[in-house]
Design a protein around this ligand. Structure first.
Ligand SMILES: CC(C)(COP(=O)(O)OP(=O)(O)OC[C@H]1O[C@@H](n2cnc3c(N)ncnc32)[C@H](O)[C@@H]1OP(=O)(O)O)[C@@H](O)C(=O)NCCC(=O)NCCS
Length: 390
């Protein structure tokens, strides 16, 4: 098991291509953008037979960017499955993340049971929603004069817009170059569009969407991949723009984007959840993860915890958690009043699950009502959202 050399990229690609049925036309882009340094692979003799990838980035919690390893490309050649190769790769990947200061890890699971057994747990929803285009077309117009198709020179402005909006969105990725490269790669012609809300030389919002043929006599399907807006005017304008396709499109499919604010603007309750995948997070380094995130400035308190983590001995201790003035410290010691599994800690950390929910699921024990309320106040935030699919 080791990091592959650059000339072994083709062999790593072959494993992922077979496991995920990657589109052949994406091969060049895959080879051009994937960094073999982020991979950890296993060999049988001199044949590369299993891959994992950890893409360094950040993830926003409490308004701060927490160093995070985004795990992807977990794949084993079919004839080598069922022999514990992926578990060994993931165990080592966790150690490598710890050594590199990647205190959290997030992934999109094809199987939850598998990753759960290594400490990843539900961090938030990656939902697919559907909104009638006619409902978007009926929204107030916003400021259509600010709307225009993105030009090549707008890429930096779009990144800057995302950088302004993302810290306030719990769970959003603090995108590294690798993430932006994937984002660019996904703006594939012929039917992907990027429109920006131009507030006089500054981009205050943008939307990327894809128009897909339906095989019907006329019209097409439309999928919004990302809609980011720093204020209400930009958001309204962009959603209304999506609604302008209403003569051609019945329903707009929306991937991952938070729609909480849109739901408050639509005249009727027409946002329909059609698929509810969940992303998973692992707390790789509990002390580092607490030090790196932000906490609500009004939250103040102390809880004595005992963490249970069979894979990461550096986490399996009694700790005292102190939160005050927007920051947290987790120090070894205390009596371990509250017993929390590392899986439960992940769901609490992202704000996905309350202490009461964790207790109901058997992931947290020993906390009285006051202690549970204290934990909920510390980790309170808006529902966590992840735009990126990796
Ligand atoms: C999922 C995958 C990576 C597992 O790799 P592997 O090396 O064969 O793993 P093993 O079978 O040795 O797995 C160890 C454990 O995971 C479980 N597991 C393996 N595949 C699973 C699956 N598809 N669903 C649920 N559990 C699974 C095994 O039962 C085993 O648990 P046990 O030890 O308690 O019996 C491999 O099957 C694969 O490449 N699948 C196709 C690609 C894919 O789905 N990747 C995941 C993308 S998120």
């Amino acid at each position: 098991m080791r990091v592959p050399r650059p000339e072994e990229a083709e062999a790593a690609y072959a494993i992922c291509h077979e496991a995920f049925t990657n589109r052949p036309e994406r091969r060049e882009a895959w080879l051009a953008t994937k960094r073999m340094d982020d991979f950890l692979c296993a060999w049988a003799g001199d044949e590369l037979v299993a891959t994992t990838e950890t893409i360094p980035a950040g993830q926003h919690f409490g308004g701060r960017s927490v160093p995070m390893g985004a795990v992807a490309s977990v794949a084993v050649r079919p004839d080598h499955r069922g022999r514990g190769l992926a578990p060994r790769l993931l165990g080592t990947a966790i150690e490598h993340m710890y050594e590199r200061g990647l205190v959290l890890s997030t992934l999109h699971p094809a199987t939850t049971r598998f990753y759960r057994s290594f400490g990843w747990e539900i961090g938030g929803q990656f939902g697919v929603r559907r909104v009638p285009a006619s409902a978007l077309a009926a929204l107030p117009r916003g400021e259509p004069e600010c709307l225009r198709p993105a030009a090549d020179g707008d890429r930096e402005l779009v990144r800057e817009c995302y950088a302004r909006a993302a810290p306030a969105i719990e769970g959003s990725i603090d995108r590294s170059e690798a993430f932006w490269a994937a984002w660019e790669r996904d703006l594939d012609p012929p039917h992907r569009y990027l429109y920006v809300y131009d507030a006089g030389g500054r981009v205050d919002g943008y939307v990327t969407y894809e128009q897909l043929e339906t095989g019907r006599q006329w019209g097409f399907a439309l999928t919004v991949h990302e809609l980011v807006a720093v204020d209400a005017e930009a958001m309204l304008t962009l959603w209304r723009h999506v609604g302008s396709h209403a003569t051609m499109v019945d329903d707009v499919t929306v991937l991952a984007a938070p729609l909480d604010a849109l739901a408050l603007l639509l005249p009727e309750q027409v946002v329909q959840l059609v698929d509810a995948n969940h992303w998973l997070t692992r707390v790789v380094d509990a002390q580092g993860a607490i030090a790196a995130r932000g906490f609500p400035s009004a939250a103040r308190g102390r809880v004595e915890l005992e963490l249970v983590d069979r894979l990461a001995p550096w986490n399996e201790h009694r700790f005292v958690l102190d939160v005050a003035d927007g920051r947290g410290v987790l120090q070894r010691g205390g009596f371990g009043d509250v017993r929390l599994t590392i899986n439960g800690f992940a769901s609490l950390y992202t704000g996905w699950a309350s202490a009461g929910t964790l207790r109901a699921a058997g992931l947290l024990a020993g906390a009285d009502d006051d202690t549970r309320r204290a934990l909920d106040t510390m980790f309170a935030g808006s529902p966590p959202h992840l735009f990126d699919d990796f």
